[in-house]
Design a protein around this ligand. Structure first.
Ligand SMILES: NC(=O)c1ccc[n+]([C@@H]2O[C@H](COP(=O)([O-])OP(=O)(O)OC[C@H]3O[C@@H](n4cnc5c(N)ncnc54)[C@H](OP(=O)(O)O)[C@@H]3O)[C@@H](O)[C@H]2O)c1
Length: 260
């Protein structure tokens, strides 16, 4: 995810590569990042924050190691810089405990279509965040897709479950539609092409059309027709709706648990 954001920043010229410093312990990943023309470091001790004039930090590590990384970085920060984090679950209060109650913390929840500039990111900031820092964060994430602003921190758990994890649900549907097409006799290549283009076209249509998803679905469904036969199965005893509700509730709960 960090690499996708970096690519967006570079491709849209939001920052110069000279102004970007990446901390990356993975050797192969470091080699890969160096090719992008940014400065890459293996250890935090190699980074001279003052000399390099670092003005903001972006955390893009797994939640499980965030505390270790943040405590280490804290030793090297010489002034209060705004902290932007894409780490799922971790609350503003977690960062304040480490970096101080006056620190400026901005939480962002992006998603993987950001890799192709088609992501959606939700931003929530604390009451110490300056407008300029919020605007800059907005600009950074606009480079990899759309950005929305969130007023209540607990909405970030719902957003994580909907758009953060959402691509996985779509991929699951794509996977199973392909399998079903093959099971019914289509060759794999044809099945993949049909399903992928159907998702692409339908998402585009849902995105630009003035009609709601429900109206678009009704438009495709002739009474007594082929689509209706399939939808009857999805809707029997509200099976699809109930499964989606259960799955999302479970994801929201998990995001809340991870934040503790
Ligand atoms: N993937 C998503 O769909 C998604 C969506 C929204 C938000 N997020 C959030 O984004 C964050 C990163 O997720 P990801 O999927 O991009 O994970 P990832 O692919 O594992 O990326 C994390 C990167 O951090 C590096 N790292 C490990 N220890 C480090 C340290 N001590 N200092 C600096 N860097 C270190 C990892 O290196 P190694 O490979 O050597 O471990 C890896 O390159 C997570 O907190 C996640 O909640 C992810």
């Amino acid at each position: 995810m960090g690499t996708s954001i970096l690519d967006g920043i570079l491709s849209k010229n939001i920052l110069n590569n000279n102004d970007i410093f990446v901390l990356e312990p993975n050797n192969n990943q470091r080699k890969f990042l160096k090719k992008k023309g940014v400065s890459v470091f293996e250890n935090i001790a190699e980074i001279n924050f003052k000399k390099l004039g670092i003005k903001a930090l972006i955390f893009a590590v797994k939640p499980q190691i965030l505390e270790t990384v943040a405590l280490e970085i804290k030793k090297y920060i010489y002034i209060k810089v705004p902290i932007i984090s894409i780490v799922a679950g971790k609350r503003i209060k977690f960062y304040k405990k480490i970096f101080g109650k006056d620190s400026s913390i901005i939480r962002v929840m992006p998603n993987t279509p950001a890799t192709y500039g088609m992501g959606i990111s939700a931003i929530y900031h604390c009451n110490k965040t300056k407008k300029i820092h919020f605007q800059k964060t907005n600009k950074i994430f606009s480079a990899v897709g759309k950005v929305i602003s969130v007023k209540k921190e607990n909405e970030m758990d719902i957003i994580t479950a909907i758009s953060g994890s959402g691509p996985a649900y779509v991929f699951l549907f794509i996977e199973n539609l392909i399998k079903s097409a093959i099971n019914n006799g289509l060759d794999k290549k044809t099945a993949i092409e049909l399903v992928k283009e159907t998702f692409l076209g339908s998402s585009y249509m849902a995105s630009i059309s003035n009609k709601s998803a429900e109206e678009l679905r009704i438009d495709v469904t002739s009474p007594g027709g082929v689509t209706e036969a399939a939808l009857k199965e999805f809707n029997q005893n509200n099976i699809l709706k109930n499964t989606i509700d259960k799955a999302i509730n479970s994801a929201v709960k998990k995001s809340i648990i991870l934040s503790k």
